[in-house]
Design a protein around this ligand. Structure first.
Ligand SMILES: Cc1cc2nc3c(=O)[nH]c(=O)nc-3n(C[C@H](O)[C@H](O)[C@H](O)COP(=O)(O)O)c2cc1C
Length: 400
């Protein structure tokens, strides 16, 4: 990329993926809010995503969206398994496009990690207390009948015929996502959910053609990727989020991810979004030591060895680090999650931190904010100049 020579922040360079152009490289990562009713987005979602959309990112994800009702993690998961789900999502994608933000959906199926408590109710199997507050439980499916952990529902092992039906469910969800106005589709292959359950040798101990060696374990995930790439408009990109490592003995490894990424690339996948862990319990690999940008090495190796665009995610908060990751060629996109909940304007403020004049940057903010703030910048500059002049005068008066 040309920009390391000019020292211009790459974070704010546009990027084109197929016919879709992101105005910058900042992506707001998928963040489930577990606040849907029967999978349908509510006012909360519109306000939550709206807050993120107005903050200046090139692309904003709506959260993990279940392709079937059985594929939800919790009763509050967003879904797109029926036409009734489309209109509230279309409302937000229209708003995103009006703000020059690329709307992105992450399609997901929880597999054996379904029928669980919302995180703030315990993140475990549903209990009598949850049923008392109206939560419902449902049967789950997985590659095998092995539950995620003791106390969780024993999943139904998917037959080959059922895998075919499920693939059609993913395809129907992708078609509805087009109707809902999304420009980017991400397939959730990470965090211990259904597709990851097929990939990992720990959770996939099937002895038919959909298990066994790496090729067998990748078979269903690649069939889904291929089917979705086929129905997703060719002008629009498809991302795949992987858990690049399980972080468990005998689990899915970074070497496996590189092989998988090459196969995905051959099927027309555009970006590999590199997360980690989650096969059991919480979403990321507990054994991977937390530090700033701790998952960047995964994005870097996949990008280098599979020759595909990658997205880096995880504890990237400092704009200089975000930009350096791009300048170093470790990733093509930077995803921000929790920090955007603290500060939805992270992208706008990052651009100023990286050296753009605030008054110029504000020209690109929503005019309802930018116009006023630009004028305030002038007042602030004048106040500071007056203060400096007063200090200088004071020093002169004191004979300094
Ligand atoms: C509230 C919350 C919800 C999340 N939901 C999802 C999700 O729906 N899909 C997904 O792939 N990752 C999900 N994640 C993981 C984030 O996308 C991201 O990978 C992770 O938070 C690390 O990035 P960060 O350090 O910038 O927060 C979620 C994270 C949070 C905090």
């Amino acid at each position: 990329m040309t920009d390391s020579a000019s020292n211009k922040p790459m974070l704010f360079n546009p990027i084109s993926l197929r016919d879709i152009t992101l105005k910058n490289r900042v992506v707001i990562a998928p963040m489930a809010t577990y606040s849907a009713v029967d999978g349908i987005a509510q006012d909360f979602h519109f306000a939550h995503w709206g807050r993120l959309v107005l903050g200046g990112a090139g692309c904003v994800f709506v959260e993990a969206t279940a392709v079937t009702d059985q594929g939800r993690i919790t009763n509050g998961d967003l879904g797109i398994w029926s036409d009734a789900h489309v209109a509230p999502l279309k409302r937000i994608t229209d708003f995103m496009k009006a703000q020059n933000v690329v709307p992105t959906i992450q399609l997901a199926h929880a597999g054996r990690k379904g029928s669980m408590q919302r995180p703030w109710h315990g993140n475990g199997a549903l209990t009598a207390e949850d049923f008392a507050r109206g939560e419902k439980k449902w049967d789950t499916v997985a590659p095998t009948a092995e539950p995620m952990a003791k106390g969780h529902i024993v999943p139904h092992p998917l037959s080959i015929a059922e895998l075919g039906t499920l693939k059609n469910d993913w395809v129907s969800a992708a078609k509805r996502s087009v109707s809902a106005g999304f420009d980017v589709l991400e397939i959730h292959n990470a965090h211990g959910y259904l597709i990851h359950q097929f990939l990992s040798p720990i959770s996939n101990t099937r002895d038919d053609g959909y298990g066994g060696d790496l090729k067998g374990r990748m078979r269903f995930p690649l069939e889904v990727a291929e089917a979705l790439r086929d129905v997703w408009p060719s002008a629009k990109p498809v991302f795949v989020r992987v858990s690049a490592v399980d972080g468990l003995d005998g689990g899915w490894s970074l070497d496996d991810t590189v092989v998988y990424a090459k196969e995905l690339k051959a099927r027309g996948i555009d970006v590999i979004d590199c997360s980690s862990g989650g096969l059991f319990g919480s979403a990321t690999a507990a054994r991977v030591k937390r530090t700033w940008g701790f998952q960047v090495p995964y994005a870097e190796r996949v990008r280098r060895e599979a020759g595909i665009n990658t997205m880096a995610v995880g504890l990237i908060i400092d704009p200089f680090l975000a930009d350096k990751i791009l300048q170093n060629g470790q990733a093509d996109l930077i995803a921000i999650a929790r920090e955007a909940l603290v500060n939805p304007c992270w992208p706008q403020m990052a651009e100023i931190t990286l050296g753009r004049q605030a008054s110029d940057a504000m020209d690109d903010w929503p005019e309802q904010y930018g116009w006023w703030l630009k004028h305030r910048e002038r007042s602030i500059a004048q106040i500071r100049a007056d203060e400096d002049a007063a200090t200088d005068q004071l020093l002169v008066n004191r004979g300094h």
